[in-house]
Design a protein around this ligand. Structure first.
Ligand code: ZN
Ligand code: ZN
Length: 274
């Protein structure tokens, strides 16, 4: 229907976290990490009045489950940790990313240290993931003016025989809710926007526009975005904080998103953006 939109398609892996009992050998949200006992566990030393605080596992993603992940060197595993609280001045958790080659880790750290007082919403409930590859398109506001006009023209949709829910007053709402960016935890694809209008994220090292790496979400779905709900969840009412709505129980940055961006030029350079 919109030829100019086709080249903007990106593949995303939605993670679809589900409460479970992941092992260090599984991809997981909030599960045990394949962390070598010979390597020090990461601690956060920023903004704590008391002693430094151990970080907690947020995500562990094997490339075999998430093909969109970059693979620096021999790495086939990405581990994400954070300090489970909001830190001034931007009220984000401090984070750490580790790239690993799973086969190199033979002696696993069994009992990593745990923080004494994690903030509500920042200690993920352990979840396994059910990765699903989907196609995404840019946020409506990221489209050119010409493309925005085309997408928001009823006649094109009618000509293609697309039946839209009566709740949608304009096609751009349908595009935004059901077709552009998927909600929830995901790797790659197009970023969600909400608190701000879209803006490119430049690498502070080389100036290249960076690509979304990982989106950490405070919700998996919304009633008005049912098109993105997995088929098996379609009959379930979506209620705040229920196991379908938000299995990891994360409430980050005032129930928003936390996004990591990666510079493909510098390859090992990652930036955290809310
Ligand atoms: Zn901290
Ligand atoms: Zn760069």
């Amino acid at each position: 229907m919109f030829p100019q939109l086709a080249p903007l398609a990106r593949t995303t892996t939605r993670l679809h976290p589900r409460a479970g009992s992941p092992t260090p050998y599984d991809s997981s949200i909030g599960g045990p990490l394949l962390w070598p006992s010979s390597q020090p566990w990461p601690y956060c030393d920023k903004w704590h009045e008391g002693p430094v605080s151990p970080m907690v596992p947020v995500a562990q993603l094997y490339v075999r489950d998430v093909p969109e992940l970059p693979k620096p060197g021999r790495a086939d595993l990405l581990q994400v940790l954070w300090c489970p609280s909001e830190h001034p001045p931007f009220y984000k958790p401090t984070t750490k990313l580790a790239w690993r080659t799973a086969a190199d880790v033979t002696d696993i750290l069994d009992t990593p240290p745990t923080p004494a007082d994690p903030q509500y919403g920042y200690l993920p409930t352990p979840c396994v993931i059910s990765p699903e590859q989907v196609t995404e398109y840019p946020n409506f506001l990221e489209l050119s003016e010409q493309l925005r006009e085309q997408v928001n023209d009823w006649s094109t949709w009618r000509a293609a025989g697309i039946a839209m829910d009566d709740d949608y007053e304009e096609p751009q709402e349908y595009y935004s809710d059901e077709l552009s960016e998927a909600p929830g935890w995901k790797v790659g694809g197009w970023p969600p926007w909400g608190l701000t209008d879209p803006a490119p994220r430049f690498c502070i090292n080389c100036g290249t526009v960076m690509a979304p790496l990982l989106t950490i979400a405070s919700e998996e779905s919304r009633d008005y975005r049912r098109g993105w709900l997995p088929t098996e969840d379609q009959g379930i009412a979506v209620i705040d904080d229920d196991p379908v709505h938000n299995p990891p129980g994360i409430q980050v940055s005032k129930s928003n998103h936390l996004q990591f961006y990666l510079c493909r030029t510098c390859s090992n350079h990652t930036t955290l953006i809310q």
